[in-house]
Design a protein around this ligand. Sequence first.
Ligand SMILES: [Zn+2]
Length: 414
Amino acid sequence: MRTLTLSVALSLIAMIGEAAETNHEMIERARGIHQRVITVDTHVDIPPNFATPAYDLMKPGPSRQQVHLPTMIEGGLDATFIIVFVGQGPRTDAGYAKALSDAFVKFAAIHRVTSDMYPDQIELARTAEDVRRIDAAGKKIALIGIENGYPMGRDLRLLDQFYDYGARYFGLIHTGHNDLGDSSVPNRRRGEPAEEHGGLTDLGRQVVHRLNELGIMVDVSHASKQTSLDIIAESKAPVIASHSSLEGVYDHPRNMSDEELMAIKASNGVVQVVAFDTYLRAVPQAKQDAIAALWKDIGVTTISDFRTMPRDELEVYRARMAKLELEFPRAGVKDLADHIDYAVGKVGIEHVGIASDFNGGGGIEGWSDASETFNVTLELVQRGYSEEQIAKLWGGNLLRVLADVEEHAKSSDR
Ligand SMILES: [Zn+2]
C-alpha cells in the first residue's frame, strides 16, 4: 500500500513536472534540439559581387545581405544552398551567352569562398554524406542550387558542367516563361500570356532526364502548376520545391497546390516551405495602399523602374520603405509554421522542409536573417514537434532526397 502510494505520488510529481515546463526550460530544450540537428536552408541568393569586398562572407559591414558566417554561427544555421540565379532575358544566342557568363561568375564566387577565402570555416558539399561529414568537422556547409535554366540555353551538355561545378539542384524556370516550360508568374512587362507551352517542353523533358542521370535534384519552385506536375511525372527520382509555400493556407501563384504537394510526396520528394512575406499571407490592404502611395510619390510605376533609379533616390526610397515596414510588420515565424503545419498535415513529416530565400526577398519577423534561425526551431518546439521531427524538417528530409537522387544516378547509365 505504501509502495503504491509512493509510486502514484512519484508519477504525479513527474506529470506535474512535465506539464509545468517553464518557458525558460522550453527555450533551453529548443536550444539543445537546434544545436543537435543539422539545419539546412535550401535557398540563399547571392549578388554578382559575392565574395568580393562588397559582400565578404566574414564581414557584414554596410552590406544589406542576410547571410554571413558570423550570423550563421550566431543563429545555428549549418548549411545553405547558395544559388546560382540568372534572371530570364531574351532567348537569343547573345542572351544565352550573357546568362551563362553571369552564372559562371556566381559559381566562381562560391568556389572562391569555400576554396580560397574561408576553407577552414565553410566547405562545399557535393553529396548528402559530405554534409554530415563537414558538419561533424565543425564547419559550415555550402551547397549549390541553380535557379532558372536560362543559362543553359538549349545546350544540354552544360548540365554536366554544372554538375561538375557542384550544382545539386536545378530549378528549370523563374519569372517569365522560357524554353523549358511555363512560369507560375509570366513576365507581364513583356506582355507574356498566362501560358506559352501549356507545361513542360520537349527540351524541358530532356533536361529532367539528364538531371536524373547526373544526380541533380529537380526543383519545381517558380514553375507553373502544369509545368511542375509535368516535371514530377517525368522525373524518375524524387523532386523538390526548393522555396515555395502552400496554396492551401494562402492562395499565391508561387505556392504549391494540394495536387502538386501530393505529387511531390508520391515522388518521395520534399517541399521546402519558404519564409517569404508575400507568399505566407495576404499583405494588409492598408500596407498595399501605403506602398502604392509611396510609389506614386517617387514616380515609380513598375518594379523595373528601380533598375534605372539614381542611387541617392534609391536610398530615400529604401529609408521610407523601412519606415513603412515598421508600421506594417511582415509575416512572422508563426505564419511560416502555419504553412509547415498544413503541409505536414497533408503529406506527413517526411516531405516538408524549410527555406529562407534570404537575399532574394525572403525574411520575416523573427527570421529576418541567419542570426535569428533559432526562432524557427523554438516555434516548432512550442507547437509540439519532437526532436526527431524537427531534424527531418530542418534537413533530414532534404538530405534523404539528395541521397536518393545520387543513388538513382548511380543506377542509371550516364
Ligand atoms: Zn526564387
